[in-house]
Design a protein around this ligand. Structure first.
Ligand SMILES: Nc1ncnc2c1ncn2[C@@H]1O[C@H](COP(=O)(O)OP(=O)(O)OP(=O)(O)O)[C@@H](O)[C@H]1O
Ligand SMILES: [Mg+2]
Length: 361
């Protein structure tokens, strides 16, 4: 998430003695054990900023509550920065900050139910282009560990009983680097902070994962169709290994969630794959429009309140399709901010023309 945290002054002594209390003879020994560089560990122990993910990991390893020991001042400054730079409406790129994500409560409930009990279970997210698949993957990964003050008031985030023990890896198969088997396997191990073997082939990868994966772990596979169509290296043997990792070798601690615009089984067939990997997705969430009340919440998040008839017009025209909602809200807000007399509705309709197919009926 590109955010850093530091240990608050009053806790520095406490974290230093936690190192000894936990039996680490030196900072170096601790760094080696946790798989981070010595300088990161030194920065942590001396109250200098370290990357958010590393901060959480070191705190846990030392038996500390990361939210308690984090310096609130730096966090607040970082947040102010973040919010000031935010656009009120995100119209195109996937939503990465949970604050901008609306709705999908039913799907989220089902998905987190599969992840909060043992064994973790797999799921597929299906939906047309631009409907919000990637945004949902990012939301799953980030919502449970985003500080409440970065969220909207009343935005639910307590989906998991112990979010800090979960490990998440996001894989985008549109990224050409993920078309190489070795790069893909390395990407996963690095994100899980596991040692990358030499060579990082399927056998060695399987060994490292089955020996070291003790925390609940979710691997998010975005645009899996591209992986199947374009990446010859990702063959049946590769997918079968992933399946056996999840089902037999990680003690129920590993789940895959994939996003695609077709059903995974049909996708496997149509790309000539026979792999049973695609049969392990017991739950499928099909994304469509938002519920009306969810759409109204999105509209109400505007920094300038819209007139009632504008709200009704946006609901009707968008049919609650999130991207269309976002674009119409953006146009309405521009109009209010600039105070111009042009017909913003006409402009709005022109802007959403390409996305009308996302509306049902
Ligand atoms: N839950 C949501 N809340 C608010 N806006 C959303 C939500 N989901 C999607 N959007 C809107 O839809 C746009 C596209 O979302 P996203 O990139 O996640 O879709 P996608 O299904 O992954 O698209 P593609 O098939 O092109 O990869 C976002 O820029 C945003 O405007
Ligand atoms: Mg996407």
């Amino acid at each position: 998430m590109g955010r850093s945290l530091r240990v608050a002054q009053e806790y520095i002594q406490q974290v230093k003695s936690a190192l000894r209390r936990n039996g680490y003879p030196s900072q170096k020994a601790f760094a080696t054990e946790i798989g981070l560089s010595l300088s990161t560990v030194k920065n942590f122990l001396s109250g200098k900023p370290v990357d958010y993910i590393n901060f959480v990991e070191i705190s846990e390893k030392l038996g500390q509550d990361w939210q308690e020991i984090a310096d609130k001042e730096t966090e607040i400054k970082a947040n102010n920065n973040h919010i000031e730079e935010d656009s009120p409406f995100v119209t195109g790129p996937p939503i990465t900050h949970p604050r901008h994500f609306f709705g999908r409560q039913k799907e989220l409930k089902r998905l987190f139910n599969l992840l909060k009990r043992h064994p973790l279970q797999n799921a597929a997210i299906i939906g047309e282009r631009r409907i919000g698949k990637t945004s949902l993957l990012h939301y799953l990964k980030n919502i449970t560990t985003t500080p409440v003050k970065e969220l909207r008031p009343n935005q639910k985030s307590d989906w998991l009983p112990n979010p800090e023990i979960y490990r998440w890896v996001f894989v985008d198969f549109q990224d050409p680097r993920m078309q190489s088997k070795e790069r893909f396997l390395t990407h996963i191990l690095e994100n899980l902070r596991m040692k990358t073997p030499e060579p990082c082939d399927l056998d060695n990868f399987m060994d490292v994962m089955s020996d070291n994966l003790h925390n609940p772990t979710v691997i998010l596979l975005d645009e899996i169709g591209v992986g199947l169509k374009r990446c010859l290296e990702l063959d049946d043997e590769f997918w079968e290994s992933l399946r056996s990792l999840a089902t037999n070798h990680t003690g129920g601690n590993l789940a895959f969630i994939l996003a695609t615009h077709e059903s995974p089984i049909e996708l496997a067939h149509s790309t000539g794959h026979s792999s049973p990997f695609f049969n392990i997705f017991g739950y499928t969430a099909t994304l469509g429009a938002l519920k009306e009340e969810e759409a109204r919440e999105l509209i109400a998040s505007s920094p300038i309140t819209f007139a009632n008839d504008d709200v009704e017009w946006i609901i009707e025209q968008s049919q609650c399709v999130p991207l269309v909602l976002q674009i119409l809200c953006r146009e309405c807000l521009f109009h209010l901010e600039d105070g111009d007399t042009d017909d913003w509705r006409e402009e709005g309709l022109r802007q959403v023309e390409h996305f009308n197919h996302l509306k049902s009926g």
